[in-house]
Design a protein around this ligand. Structure first.
Ligand code: HEM
Length: 326
């Protein structure tokens, strides 16, 4: 079943974002980008980690049927949302920051700016406000009419993934090996749960032993933070500077201090290693490659009909006859 989805549905998500462009709301809602950035600035003061959490949304939204805010929909009576999908449950957080941005934008220009675009602006702002690059985002996306939990389960990679699996997955979205490594650099900010590394610490690939790639001192630290009987929702920093968007993540990988298996594997695998090395020594190159990757990922579109949601958590109600048009 999973295979069927990957083969037949992924090309849909790869429909081009040719209609997207910078300045899309210049006439209809000129303040939209300022409003979103303002909300993100407030979020940074309230809870610095929430910026990482919001930035992660772009990945979890765009890989599942394109960047259409499907991920923001709550469960509905006849639809399971993506919030409870395997990679998202007990993990994605800070949905309220997007709600706040949407509310503020709706106040200024009701019914004009999509949640999908707000999410893309907010992800960019999260990077810029934590010390990373700033860039122009393309806008003009529509919000999906529904969510697809099953597709999210099939697609979103596990923290156990190795580089070879990730290369193949990203390739299905026209994202290169360089894009994969650069985008993984998003783990320069934020935290992960012990849950995501328990197997790595205590039973890598069923061996009953830890992942040998973890630098021994770092493993000791992780063992203390995530002992065998820990509450697995306890969180640990993803790199040594979790509030600053920089190339420390890549330096950590080079010294065997990657948090997730999917992080460290980028240094152990021959095809990804040269990029890790390059980015660890050259932050400017990392920033350039990251921006390129975010723009490419932001171009993913399903080509399905959409709308401008009034509330990012629920599809707009529409009369039955209107529904039939879709
Ligand atoms: C390459 C494959 C990827 C895998 C396997 C992966 C997996 C994960 C996992 C397991 C966590 C921790 C979740 C938890 O323990 O609750 C995490 C956190 C995070 N991921 Fe990824 N990720 C990947 C790529 C990306 C990309 C492309 C982005 C964004 C562009 C991203 C942004 C983030 C951020 C910012 C966090 C921290 C969130 C927070 O503090 O709330 N990840 N990722």
């Amino acid at each position: 079943m999973a295979y069927f989805f990957l083969i037949f549905l992924l090309p849909l998500a790869m429909a081009s974002g040719a209609h997207l462009r910078p300045g899309y709301y210049l006439e209809t809602c000129p303040k939209a980008e300022f409003i979103v950035r303002d909300v993100m600035k407030k979020a940074l003061i309230r809870e610095p980690r929430s910026l990482a959490s919001v930035m992660r949304f772009q990945f979890h939204d765009c890989f599942v049927d394109g960047c259409d805010a499907s991920m923001l929909l709550d469960d509905a009576p006849n639809m399971l949302g993506e919030k409870l999908a395997l990679a998202n449950i007990n993990s994605l957080r800070s949905y309220e920051v997007i709600d706040e941005a949407k509310e503020a934008v709706e106040k200024a220009c009701p019914g004009v700016v999509s949640c999908a675009d707000i999410l893309i602006m907010a992800a960019r702002d999260a990077v810029a406000l934590t010390g990373g690059p700033d860039w122009q985002v393309k806008l003009g996306r529509l919000d999906s009419l529904s969510a697809n939990q099953e597709l999210s389960n099939d697609i979103m990679p596990s923290p156990r993934s190795n580089a070879s699996y990730l290369i193949d997955l990203f390739k299905k979205y026209d994202l290169s090996i360089k894009d994969l490594v650069a985008l993984s650099g998003s783990h320069s900010i934020g935290q992960g749960r012990c849950f995501s590394i328990m197997f790595r610490l205590y039973n890598q690939s069923g061996t009953g032993k830890p992942d040998p790639e973890i630098e021994p001192k770092f493993r000791e630290e992780l063992n203390k933070l995530c002992p065998v009987n820990v509450d697995q929702n306890v969180t640990v920093d993803l790199d040594a500077t979790p509030r600053i968007f920089d190339n420390q993540y890549f330096k950590d990988l080079v010294s065997g201090r990657g948090f997730l298996n999917s992080d460290q594997t980028l240094f152990t695998f021959e095809k990804t290693k040269p990029f890790v090395k390059k980015f660890s020594g050259d932050q400017k190159r990392f920033f350039e490659a990251f921006v390129e990757g975010m723009i490419k990922m932001g171009d993913l579109q399903s080509g399905k009909p959409g709308e401008i949601r009034r509330n990012c958590r629920v599809a707009n109600r529409r009369p039955l006859e209107k529904l039939r048009e879709y």
